[in-house]
Design a protein around this ligand. Structure first.
Ligand SMILES: Cc1cc2nc3c(=O)[nH]c(=O)nc-3n(C[C@H](O)[C@H](O)[C@H](O)COP(=O)(O)O)c2cc1C
Length: 338
C-alpha cells in the first residue's frame, strides 16, 4: 500500500478516532495517508490516484450506514481502487469483555454499490467503540469508555498491519448470518424508523441559544422556529447536537414517544377501524396506514410540544418525562473533543 485516503463520517467522534489511529499506524510504516470528513467535502473535487487505497468509516445507525454515508458512497465516480469498509458500532463493557454491536447491512449494501462502480472491496472491519445512543441507554462511565477505547486502539493496530501487508481482511463476514437476519429491521429503520427518531430531540427551557447545535449539525437538520431550536425530519440522530450542547439542554423526549405510540395504537384500533374497517383486512395496507398515521401524529405532537416547551410549567413537565434530563443518565463524551 502506497497511499490511503480515509473518508469518514462521525457523530460523536468514535469513527473519527478510529480513522486517526489508522492514519498514525500506516504513516509509521511509510504509507501516505489523508483523512477527509465527508460533511466538509465535495467528492467530485478530490482526485484519487488509481493505486491509492480508499478507507470508508462511519458509525452504524439502525443496522446500516447512515444515509449521509450511503449518499456519499453512491456519489463516488467509477474507479478501480481497492476499498476497505469499516464502521464503529455500539460497544458495551461487561466485566472485561467488550460486547459487540451489530453491523446489519452496512457493509453488504455499500460493497454492492462500490462493486457496481468498479471498486474492489478488500476489507470489512467493524470496531466496537462505546455506544453513543443515549436515547436508549445512559452514557457509559469514563472508565468503561477508556477501557473500550484502549481495546479498540489495539484492534486498529492489528488491522492496520494486515492492510499494510496487502492482506484481505473480511473480519465482518463472521457475523454474516446475524447481519442477514436483521436486514428487514435495517430496511424498516431506513424507510421509517429514522424519521420517527428525528422528532425525539428537543432543546429544553435551559437552552442558552448559542446556536451551536444548529451551526454544527452535519445535516443542517436543526432550524429555528419561534426563536427555539427545532429538529426537522432531515435529522439522522447522530447525537452530535446532544453531545456538544454546552448547556446540556438537548434531550430525548421519551414522553412524546410514549404518547405518540399509545395514541396511534388506541386511535388505529378504535377510530380508524370504525371508519375504515376494510383497511385492516390486508396486512400490508394496515401496516402502511398505521405508519402514515404514526408519522402525522408524531409531526403534529412535536409541533405542539415545541410551543409547550416555552412555557415554564409545561416545559418542566416535558423535561421530567425525558430520561436524558436526569443527571445520572449522563452524556457521551471522550476527551471533550467532538
Ligand atoms: C440512531 C443510532 C442508531 C444506532 N444503531 C446502531 C446499530 O444498529 N448497531 C450498532 O452496533 N450500533 C448502533 N449505534 C451506536 C453507534 O453506531 C456507535 O456508538 C458508534 O460508535 C458511534 O460512532 P460516532 O461517535 O463516530 O458517531 C447507533 C447509534 C445511534 C445514535
Amino acid at each position: 500500500m502506497k497511499e490511503l485516503l480515509i473518508f469518514y463520517f462521525s457523530g460523536t467522534g468514535n469513527a473519527r478516532q478510529v480513522a486517526e489511529w489508522m492514519k498514525e499506524d500506516v504513516m509509521e510504516k511509510g504509507v501516505k495517508c489523508s483523512l477527509y470528513d465527508i460533511t466538509q467535502l465535495n467528492i467530485n473535487e478530490i482526485t484519487i490516484d488509481n493505486d491509492a487505497h480508499i478507507g470508508l468509516i462511519s458509525p452504524v445507525h439502525g443496522f446500516n450506514y447512515p444515509p449521509i454515508m450511503l449518499n456519499f458512497i453512491s456519489r463516488f465516480k467509477y474507479g478501480h481502487n481497492k476499498v476497505i469498509l469499516m464502521n464503529t458500532r455500539a460497544g458495551m463493557k461487561i466485566g472485561s469483555v467488550v460486547t459487540p454491536g451489530i453491523t446489519g447491512i452496512a457493509f453488504l449494501l455499500s460493497a454492492m454499490i462500490l462493486s457496481i462502480k468498479g471498486y474492489k472491496v478488500i476489507g470489512m472491519v467493524p470496531f466496537d467503540m462505546p455506544s453513543n445512543w443515549l436515547s436508549l441507554h445512559p452514557a457509559l462511565r469514563g472508565k468503561a469508555v477508556d477501557y473500550i477505547f484502549e481495546k479498540n486502539h489495539q484492534r486498529v493496530n492489528k488491522h492496520s498491519l494486515r492492510l499494510i501487508k496487502n492482506e484481505h481482511d473480511f473480519t465482518a463476514l463472521r457475523e454474516i448470518v446475524q447481519d442477514l437476519l436483521i436486514s428487514p429491521i435495517a430496511l424498516l429503520y431506513y424507510a421509517i424508523g429514522r424519521f420517527f427518531i428525528a422528532k425525539t430531540f428537543y432543546a429544553s427551557h435551559t437552552c442558552l441559544h448559542c446556536d451551536m447545535c444548529i451551526k454544527r449539525c452535519p445535516k443542517h437538520a436543526i432550524i429555528k422556529k419561534s426563536g427555539h431550536p427545532y429538529w426537522t425530519f432531515k435529522c439522522e440522530s447522530c447525537m452530535k447536537c446532544m453531545n456538544i450542547c454546552p448547556g446540556r439542554a438537548i434531550e430525548t423526549s421519551h414522553g412524546l414517544v410514549m404518547m405518540t405510540v399509545l395514541c396511534t395504537l388506541l386511535l388505529s384500533s378504535s377510530a380508524l377501524y370504525a371508519m375504515l374497517p376494510s383497511i385492516f383486512d390486508n396486512a400490508q395496507v394496515s401496516f402502511i396506514t398505521i405508519n402514515v398515521f404514526l408519522f402525522i401524529l408524531m409531526g403534529l405532537l412535536y409541533r405542539i410540544q415545541h410551543v409547550l416547551i416555552m412555557y415554564k410549567f409545561t416545559g418542566k413537565l416535558i423535561h421530567i418525562f425525558s430520561l436524558t434530563h436526569f443527571k445520572w443518565w449522563g452524556r457521551y463524551r471522550r476527551n471533550g473533543r467532538l
